[in-house]
Design a protein around this ligand. Structure first.
Ligand code: BTN
Length: 335
């Protein structure tokens, strides 16, 4: 495999290896000498990196003379752990991890242009400029949510790329439901909701020629362990933790989600758009019979959702007017 391009801010490979070693041996004291040998660094560097991990909020116990250990497995998404868990999958052979970055979508775009292969994953513990749909931002507090982007190179026409947003939504829905028992609502085209509040969202961006997609990046944000949100979001956002009172292991959810998404993606490529549209229609309680307001930026109207078009666009029976296909716009429920 070609050398991965260097991206400023990528988690140092040795720091990630140290964290993985400590995580895999949690509660067991490992001597500085063994760490130095296994990770490939000097004992004094081990000590420096331990300080670094502590600064990043990982509770490393112990000292230079005795060795180091973790009291419990930290919920850090180390690339090595993810790669091991995704063994056998094509996705995840290349993983770029950041403790903090501006946006995993922006980085994935850069990697797309640099020729990185399909299934490359960019993930971050925190984002400073997380992007949402329609130019909004995505609140990405450190270590609590899942913030990641998958780079794909499907042989699709550009008009079919939005189906990947819907597909990622279905895969996320399935993974969340199977791990937590919660049943989120999937709202066309990219929202995951619980009790009417936002639990997650998907932002797909692409680089395409007029007739062919060069690459697509699918960015996924899920609110997992947040116990509070900034005041401006608290009425409209929720998390798995807020809904269940339980803390989830983010790595587990990420592995489920990526495995599900990769399988669903391959079925989409084999079976065509109908696979995505049928799956979406069957799990989205929003797709039919919901009273909604549609704001297209040009006009606003009220109606009732009436399923999806063969292209995956939402159909709305307008209260005053014809059955309308929503090509783009904000769809909100009217209660
Ligand atoms: C939305 O519902 O508005 C879409 C939100 C998408 C957020 C994710 S977080 C990971 C990835 N990187 C970004 O900058 N945005 C997406």
């Amino acid at each position: 495999m070609p050398q991965a391009p260097f991206l400023p801010g990528t988690t140092d490979r040795r720091l990630a290896a140290l964290l993985t070693l400590l995580s895999e041996n949690a509660t067991i004291v490992i001597s500085g000498a063994r760490i130095a040998r296994e990770v490939g660094m000097s004992r004094s560097t081990v000590w420096r990196w331990v300080q670094e991990l502590r600064k990043l909020g990982v509770h490393v116990k112990g000292q230079r003379s005795t060795g180091y250990f973790l009291e419990k497995v930290p919920d850090v998404l180390t690339p090595d752990l993810l790669r091991k868990r995704l063994k056998g999958n094509v996705w995840g052979r290349r993983v770029f991890h950041f403790f903090k970055t501006d946006s995993t979508n922006r980085l994935a775009m850069e990697l797309g242009y640099a020729g990185e292969p399909e299934g490359t994953i960019v993930m971050a513990e925190a984002q400073t400029e997380g992007r949402g749909r329609s130019g909004r931002s995505w609140h990405s507090e450190k270590g609590t949510g899942l913030y990641f982007t998958v780079l794909l190179r499907p042989k699709l026409a550009p008009a079919q790329a939005p189906l990947l947003t819907m597909l990622a939504g279905v895969s996320a829905y399935t993974a969340i439901a199977s791990q937590t028992g919660l049943v989120p609502e999937l709202k066309w085209p990219n929202d995951l909701l619980l009790n009417g509040k936002k639990l997650g969202g998907i932002l797909t961006e692409m680089h395409a020629e007029p007739n062919v997609v060069r690459f697509v990046i699918v960015g996924v944000g899920i609110n997992v362990n947040q116990d509070k949100f900034p005041p401006e979001l608290s009425a409209i956002a929720t998390s798995i933790h807020k809904e269940t009172g339980r803390t989830s292991y983010r790595l587990e959810l990420l592995v489920r989600l990526l495995t599900q998404f990769e399988n669903d993606y391959n079925r989409f490529l084999r079976e065509g758009p109908a696979f995505v549209i049928d799956r979406f229609d069957s799990v989205s309680s929003f797709a039919r019979g919901r009273r909604v307001r549609v704001d297209t930026g040009v006009e606003t109207y009220i109606g009732t959702t009436a399923g999806l078009s063969p292209e995956g666009l939402l159909l709305v029976n307008r209260d005053s007017g014809p059955l309308t296909t929503v090509i783009a716009g904000d769809v909100t429920e009217v209660r």
